[in-house]
Design a protein around this ligand. Structure first.
Ligand code: SF4
Length: 439
């Protein structure tokens, strides 16, 4: 039965970019007076924002659709998996609508068709910064959509199209609203953060009366003046990334770079259709560390890519040893429907992929653990996030939420959640640090 205020259940799956899409849809729903409810059976309709990146994400999305149909029956599907509408409609013909990623308008049209919005201006209680799915103290800031690269393992460009940068004044307005709302950390995301503005030829716009170019360096510099932590994600290793390192050394933005290198062997990088000069990358990492010694580098790699030989894999392990990256994620290659890499020869048997994955992880664990050990005795600022029996947990500049480690702070005095605290590092394991408040 439809209540006076129409209620919508919302499930958001996938990466931070998908979360931002969800936030925009939820914000619009709240603006129009819909209520967002946490359970399926109390809702008049359910929206599922799906992920279609790897097989396990597809399975999770299909499972969520199935559950929502069984428990509610009135379901709209959107997001990356929604781009494969034939597959979803064939399996779930009873869905109300299926739309692709970044399709807020299409989702809203489908909602209006099946659950008309109430007409009550007094229901407009949405905060100016929109509804966010993250805790109050941090937020993702999406600066562009799509990607001009064509990495052979990835179907994001075919799902989301070429790069489209948001105007810099619009991005800065959103960042300012977040800061005004109490956000302490902004995480800059996109498919390719360092390419920001390439599509609009670095157009000059005006923000608070000042000209600003729609460009990676200008954006980073402007964000760095907002007085909160700024963390850069999904940075492609272009030479102009060098320009932001001095901003990190000066403390304007966090000395943290998330750069997915994906591999180190020239042959495999070529097959992945990614730029690849191992020695140049190593030289650049070392020059960045000269400018900013506290720089923390996070990266992700794929092992078992088609054609990867023992020699290629050894080259990757070698790279890890020399690069001494701080935080590293690893995936075994898995074929994604529609990706060009599926047509490559010499796919690596699953057992070898798994064996390489374990060797990779062992190697990197030792490197990460040794690097964390070097932090013992240092004083750092921690953003306190939760309280446990043992004390408090938070993150320092080296830890992005959800993907990196934590700093566990043992404190007898009360530490406010969502606020900064200076601590002294007293211990470390493979992933986390242990600390006490600085006196
Ligand atoms: S850079 Fe490559 S992996 Fe990343 S979104 Fe673009 S095509 Fe996909």
């Amino acid at each position: 039965m439809t209540a006076t205020v129409p209620r919508i259940g919302f499930v958001s799956l996938g990466c931070p970019k998908a979360s931002v899409d969800s936030e925009q849809i939820i914000t619009q729903l709240r603006v129009e007076g819909y209520d967002i409810v946490p359970d399926f059976d109390g809702a008049d309709m359910v929206i599922i924002n799906t992920c279609g990146f790897i097989d396990s994400a597809v399975e999770e999305s299909l499972g969520a659709i199935d559950e929502a149909l069984q428990e509610n029956g009135r379901v709209i599907v959107t997001g990356c998996l929604g781009a494969r509408a034939e597959l979803i409609n064939a399996r779930f013909p009873q869905l109300l609508a299926v739309t692709g990623p970044q399709a807020k308008e299409d989702v809203m049209r489908a909602v209006h068709r099946h659950l008309p919005a109430p007409h009550d201006p007094f229901l407009d209680l949405v905060p100016k910064q929109g509804v966010r799915l993250t805790p109050r103290h941090y937020a993702y800031l999406k600066i562009s959509e799509g990607c001009n690269h064509r990495c052979s393992f990835c179907i994001i460009p075919s799902l989301r199209g070429d790069l489209v940068s948001r105007p810099i004044d619009e991005v800065m307005d959103e960042a300012q609203l977040l800061v005004d709302a109490g956000v302490r950390e902004i995480l800059v995301i996109s498919q390719d953060t360092s390419a920001y503005g390439v599509d609009c030829k670095y157009q000059t716009r005006f923000w608070q009366g000042q000209p600003l170019r729609t460009r990676f360096l200008d954006l980073t510099r402007a964000l760095g003046k907002l007085g909160v932590w700024i963390r850069l994600h999904y940075v492609y290793p272009y030479p102009h990334v060098d320009d932001v390192i001095p901003l990190m050394a000066d403390g304007a933005i966090l000395p943290y770079l998330d750069i997915p290198f994906q591999h180190a062997s020239k042959k495999i990088l070529k097959a992945m259709k990614r730029p690849g000069n191992r020695d140049r990358v190593l030289e650049r990492i070392s020059s960045w560390r000269e400018v900013c010694p506290e720089l923390v580098i996070r990266s992700t790699f794929i092992v078992g890519f088609p054609g990867e030989t023992d020699a290629d894999f050894d080259e990757l392990l070698d790279f890890l040893e020399i690069a001494q990256l701080d935080r590293v994620g690893c995936f075994t290659y898995s074929a994604v429907d529609g990706a060009a890499a599926n047509a490559l020869f010499n796919h690596v048997p699953e057992a070898i992929k798994q064996e390489r994955y374990h060797r990779f992880m062992l190697k990197q664990q030792a490197i990460s653990a040794a690097r964390l050990q070097q932090r013992i005795g240092q004083q750092v600022t921690v953003l306190i996030e939760s309280r446990s029996k043992q004390g408090y947990s938070g993150r320092c500049y080296a830890d992005a939420p959800e993907i990196d480690g934590l700093v566990h702070v043992c404190s007898e005095t009360r530490l406010p959640l969502g606020e900064f605290c200076r601590v002294k590092i007293t211990g470390a394991d493979e992933y986390d640090l242990y600390a006490t408040p600085s006196r």
